[in-house]
Ligand binder design. Structure first.
Ligand code: HDD
Length: 722
């Protein structure tokens, strides 16, 4: 058998062409076609028939096997988070956390823990756009030396609901409406906002969903959150509360909503492609694992309840300690076998980590196994390669659909003597899992703690902590989403809820909807306390510890790198090739990628007669797929682009989406035709527009501008066409 990865030429039949095959895609050295039972197939062209013109015979096991397998190629997609992309990587700890936990991957700095990470949108189906306004799933499977630990989080630190019993309602409301299956991958419709406007506890999460966090630039530029409060347990059995965070080293960056909608048409795989290509180009995505540790004694210290998943712990109150690094360095070999079949579960924990009584978390502990049973067809999904732990599995579970393990011996029960007592229970010393012995002494009730009833304070904190452009984007998002709602009373009710979060926000959204802000309907929390008498609890208002949390605004994120940004160079015949070469070199040295975009593919000829390879044409590219634009000089090239409406549109759109644009002074005749060209004639400096006429070192200035990501202030006044 040839070694893996070795490329070879395989010539199978006399008249077949020689083709290069990567042996990874071939099951073994023999390339003969077989059935799934390994029987070699002699004829894959004709089914077995009673005579050349006769009926097909039921006996044809080869045909039946092939068709049956084909019929079952699709499995039920995930009910939520169906659209996802994933990658392999490693997690490396910086410093032992043994003070807080005994989990080996958080205590032993010599270990590299393999991981598999799946990012996703929530509402859309498998083939939907990556660019929906939506929460992003951020699920990490750590294959630790003590078994698998899954951190099944999102890119937002809070959730819509407080109790898992409402999850089916939430998902039914956000999915396409049941009568006509519209809209796909969008929350902008009546049933979603009907539900949300009646669920005041969703107020905080809705603010995140209406913020730019819901339209990330890249999976690589999102934060991740475990959302719930978990527990860390150390060797001595002492517990600390913990919130898990992922901090992207490239910073947290988003797109403009207009841009996201256009990308949905131009490249709906935008995030998937970005993740894939970054890894192929060895621009490995990186995050630091952050821990917010809270001593047990501080359980009731805050104005919010640590068990309430609609609340976050501001970093300003409890700093995030960065304890290790996650690097994604390998793309999956097979989308279905890995990305689709991976099964995450919040209940996959290892010794040293434990749950809290967060009622959303408690419900999730049931849901994730149950969903894999239907999705992956039975109880043996842990045997699928991507789900297998790297440590051995020994237990007395047997049989069931798709069982892979051939268990040997007579005993499948414990205790036994015939099997020598195997497998044995593991003592704590041997790493056996023991649950944290939390004291419980309570009545059995269907009730919610009153400490869960402040729904608006943190929603307001989030809004107050945003920069002006971020606030404006929230107004726009509400105006878009509620504008798509057909039932006026739902718009009005939601406007009432918004007014409880922030009055100015409600007035601005109301203006865009052409509605007066109503007196809000009193949101009511129904609850039946232990005495059995139904009571309505009014929302409470607690005094927040802080008025503004800088950590909640993306304006304060990392803005000092252009690593992996994609820059468009517009060019045509007669372009100044030195300008192209010089700018390209310095951008690439700083880690960016350059695409030369011209009116046609192939090669263009520079002013000095040098040939330049074109990467994209105006037919295949669009400004929304790029982070910044550069226009080199050259008279003939500028004249060609000035006569091309696609080139002008490209520039206008990049300007509208607040991107950095750099241009050489002789490109003026083209820029004069753009919307922003007028600004060039004035002496006023426009942030993010860099010209060799005004800036001394255009290359250095351009790099600085790209690393700022966007110049959102440019949206004022908001009258930019494109
Ligand atoms: Fe969930 C998938 C994250 C609440 C039930 N969830 C799923 C995935 C992520 C999350 C990232 C995709 C995993 C993957 O890539 O395969 N879910 C969350 C977060 C929640 C949350 C951060 C709140 C803090 N989920 C939640 C509740 C329930 C579920 C309350 C049910 C009671 N979630 C599911 C599920 C899914 C799922 C139906 C669908 C596919 C799957 O599990 O494997 O069981």
């Amino acid at each position: 058998m040839k070694s893996k990865k070795q490329a070879t030429s395989v010539n199978r039949s006399e008249n077949s062409k020689k083709i290069d095959l990567d042996l990874d895609s071939v099951n073994d050295a023999s390339t003969l076609l077989t059935t799934n039972q390994g029987v070699k197939i002699n004829d894959d062209q004709n089914s077995l028939k009673a005579g050349p013109r006769g009926a097909t015979l039921l006996e044809d096991f080869i045909l039946r096997e092939k068709i049956t397998h084909f019929d079952h190629e699709r499995i039920p997609e995930r009910i939520v988070h169906a659209r996802g992309s994933a990658a392999h990587g490693i997690f490396k700890l910086y410093k032992t956390q043994s003070k807080y936990t005994k989990a080996s991957f958080l205590t032993d700095t010599s270990v590299e823990t393999p991981v598999f990470v799946r990012f996703s949108t929530v509402a859309g189906s498998r083939g939907s756009t990556d660019l929906a306004r939506d929460v992003r799933g951020f699920a990490v499977k750590f294959y630790t030396q003590e078994g698998n630990f899954d951190l099944v989080g999102n890119n937002m630190p809070v959730f819509f609901i407080q109790d898992a019993i409402k999850f089916p309602d939430l998902v039914h409301a956000v999915k396409p409406e049941p009568h006509n299956e519209i809209p796909q991958a969008a929350s902008a419709h009546d049933t979603f906002w009907d539900f949300i406007s009646l669920m005041p506890e969703s107020a905080h999460m809705i603010m995140w969903l209406m913020s730019d966090r819901a339209i990330p630039r890249s999976y690589r530029m999102m934060e991740g959150f475990g959302v719930h409060t978990f527990r860390l347990i150390n060797e001595k059995g002492a517990a600390h509360f913990v919130k898990f965070h992922w901090k992207p080293l490239l910073g947290v960056h988003s797109l403009a909503w207009d841009e996201a909608q256009k990308i949905s048409g131009k490249d709906p795989d935008f995030h998937r492609r970005d993740l894939w290509e970054s890894i192929e180009n060895r621009n490995f995505p990186e995050w630091e694992l952050g821990l917010q540790i809270i001593p047990e004694i501080d359980e009731h210290k805050y104005s919010f309840d640590l068990l309430d998943p609609t609340k976050l712990v501001p970093e300003e109150l409890v700093p995030v300690q960065r304890v290790g690094k996650l690097t994604l360095n390998r793309n999956p070999e097979n989308f279905f076998a890995e990305t689709e079949q991976v099964a995450f579960h919040v209940g996959h924990i290892v010794p040293g980590i434990d749950f809290t009584n967060d009622p959303l978390l408690q419900g999730r502990l049931f849901s994730y196994t149950d969903t894999q049973l239907i999705r992956l067809g039975g109880p043996n999904f842990h045997e699928i390669p991507i789900n297998r732990p790297i440590v051995p599995v020994h237990n007395n579970q047997r049989d069931g659909f798709m069982r892979q393990t051939i268990n040997k011996g007579r005993t499948s029960y414990h205790p036994n003597s015939l099997g020598g007592g195997c497998p044995f229970q593991a003592s704590m010393k041997e790493g056996g899992f023991t649950s944290y012995a939390e004291k419980i002494d309570a009545h059995k009730v269907r009730e919610r703690s009153k400490s869960f009833f402040d729904h608006f304070t943190q929603a307001g904190l989030f809004y107050n902590s945003q920069s002006e452009p971020e606030k404006q984007h929230i107004v726009d998002a509400f105006s878009f989403e509620l504008g798509k709602v057909e039932t006026i009373s739902i718009r009005e009710r939601m406007l009432g809820i918004i007014s409880l979060i922030n009055k100015t926000l409600a007035t601005e959204v109301g203006y865009k909807l052409g509605l007066k802000v109503p007196i809000p309907e009193k949101p009511i929390n129904k609850s039946i306390p232990a005495d059995g008498v139904e009571k309505d609890f009014q929302p409470i208002e607690s005094k927040p510890e802080i008025e503004i949390a800088a950590s909640l605004s993306m304006a304060n994120t990392v803005k000092d790198t252009i690593k992996s940004r994609v820059i468009a160079f517009l060019a045509a015949d007669g372009v100044n090739e030195q300008a192209i070469a010089g700018m390209k070199k310095i951008l690439e040295e700083n880690g960016a990628k350059v695409d030369i975009i011209a009116p046609r593919l192939g090669r263009i000829q520079g002013a000095g007669k040098k040939e330049i390879l074109v990467n994209q044409s105006f037919f295949t590219a669009a400004s929304v797929l790029y982070d910044a634009v550069y226009v080199p000089g050259g008279d003939q090239h500028i004249a060609t682009l000035a006569a091309d409406p696609d080139a002008i549109h490209f520039l206008n759109e990049a300007f509208r989406h607040c991107k950095a644009i750099a241009f050489e002074i002789d490109s003026k005749p083209l820029l004069k035709l753009t919307y922003f060209g007028k600004k060039l004639t004035s002496n006023k400096k426009e942030d993010g527009l860099i010209s060799s006429e005004k800036q001394q070192d255009i290359r250095k200035e351009f790099i600085k501008a790209i690393s700022r990501h966007r110049f959102w202030e440019r949206e004022k006044p908001r009258k930019i066409p494109a």
